[in-house]
Design a protein around this ligand. Structure first.
Ligand code: GTP
Ligand code: SAM
Ligand code: SF4
Ligand code: SF4
Length: 337
């Protein structure tokens, strides 16, 4: 049984998609996402697994149909499979249509079968290069081999894998066709993401590393015939089919083609802060309200509804100046992308 959406924002958009960051920690330090030396939150600040369950279940009761678990790296949170198992009851009841995860892939060898058993069917794995040395450079602490092995484990467990690649000028421009051909061969969807100006990363050159997906698309069109597809997955990606290989390529273009008019999502951090927009700072703290009313969800529901009533129309990212305006000071790992 599915719930009618009860969360409607001021622009008449129904909020049916919740992205939950279950930890701010990560075993990688991707250069566009984190500084090398990060200070992470003390454990007592985090929602417990039971609190995450209560929070997500409340959103599902309010019409959320899609739950994406992210982080930091979601699969490094201790005991996280207990939470996935708990969420599977909402899949069984039909209230939740999709339970999914965005991961760097490092822990999939260990967890792929458990994810499948909990009802996860599609996962997104972030991978920016197929070159081991470059992989280490961009993730600082990651090993390509471990991620490729994790992807194999996921596919063997029956999970459909989509690869997410952040388009980085001067870094993976030369691998456009290698990545595309690898995904075609392995029958995996591929989505490119424009790098967004989030978090203070010291000397990272935001403007210099920005590779517009309009340019990337033009490069793809030198080798393939592209057909625009109308389909949507409930996420922000727009898709094309490459006629020669039949594969689907997604583009997430918050900068060049804003997709905010059809936004259906909000994000919750591991401390229970609800961000109404990835590209804005406004948030509502739900944790303390929930903790103050252990037996009664009504105050939490009122707080969620009040937060949705202030959801903005869109973000203010802008690369057209040397220092991007709309720079959001929190790191991407805080809200999980
Ligand atoms: N600006 C903006 N970027 C987003 C939004 N949602 C996702 N992204 C970006 O897209 C990246 C990939 O998102 P994923 O977690 O893989 O999810 P997705 O591609 O939306 O996947 P589906 O839900 O399956 O379509 C995120 O890390 C963000 O960088 C959004 O609402 N606004
Ligand atoms: C923050 S990570 C969290 C989940 C997991 N650790 C992973 O890497 O998939 C989610 C996504 O955000 C993307 N991301 C991180 N920083 C970004 C930035 N500044 N601009 C665009 N995408 C970014 C990553 O590439 C990844 O696909
Ligand atoms: S993008 Fe994902 S894997 Fe990379 S540092 Fe951020 S949270 Fe970790
Ligand atoms: S930038 Fe904000 S309004 Fe636009 S799609 Fe993302 S979350 Fe929605």
């Amino acid at each position: 049984m599915s719930n009618a959406p009860r969360l409607i924002d001021p622009f008449a958009r129904a909020i049916t998609y919740l992205r939950v960051s279950v930890t701010d920690r990560c075993d990688f330090r991707c250069v566009y996402c984190m500084a090398e030396h990060m200070t992470f939150l003390p454990k007592k600040e985090l929602l417990t697994l039971e609190e995450l369950d209560r929070m997500c279940s409340t959103f599902i009761g309010l019409g959320v149909e899609k739950l994406r678990i992210t982080g930091g790296e979601p699969l490094v949170r201790r005991g996280i499979m207990t939470f996935f198992d708990a969420m599977s009851r909402h899949l069984d009841s039909g209230a939740l249509k999709e339970l999914t995860v965005t991961t760097n892939g490092s822990q999939l060898d260990r967890f792929a079968s458990d994810l499948y058993a909990a009802g996860v069917r599609r996962i997104n794995v972030s991978l920016d290069t197929l070159d081991a040395a470059k992989f280490q450079r961009v993730t600082r602490w990651g090993r390509l081999e471990q991620v490729l092995s994790g992807i194999d484990a996921a596919r063997n467990a029956g999970l459909r894998v989509k690869i997410n690649t952040v388009a980085l000028k001067g870094f993976n421009e030369d691998e456009l066709f290698a990545l595309t051909e690898w995904c075609a061969r392995e029958d995996m969807d591929l989505t490119f993401i424009e790098v967004m100006p989030m978090g203070d990363l010291g000397n990272e050159d935001r403007v210099g590393q920005y590779w517009s997906l309009d340019d990337l698309r033009a490069d793809l069109a030198t080798r393939y015939t592209l057909t625009d597809l109308a389909e949507r997955t409930g996420g922000p990606a727009r898709y094309v089919r490459l006629n020669e290989t039949g594969q689907k390529i997604g583009f997430i273009t918050p900068l060049t083609h804003n997709f905010c008019e059809s936004c259906n999502r909000v994000r919750m951090t591991c401390t229970g802060d609800l961000f109404m927009c990835l590209g804005q700072e406004d948030n509502a703290s739900l944790r303390d309200i929930m903790r103050a009313h252990p037996e009664d969800d009504a105050p939490l529901i009122r707080a969620i509804e009040a937060a949705i009533a202030r959801k903005p129309e869109g973000h203010d990212f802008d690369y057209s100046r040397q220092k991007p305006d709309g720079q959001v000071s929190r790191h991407m790992s805080h809200t999980g992308g």
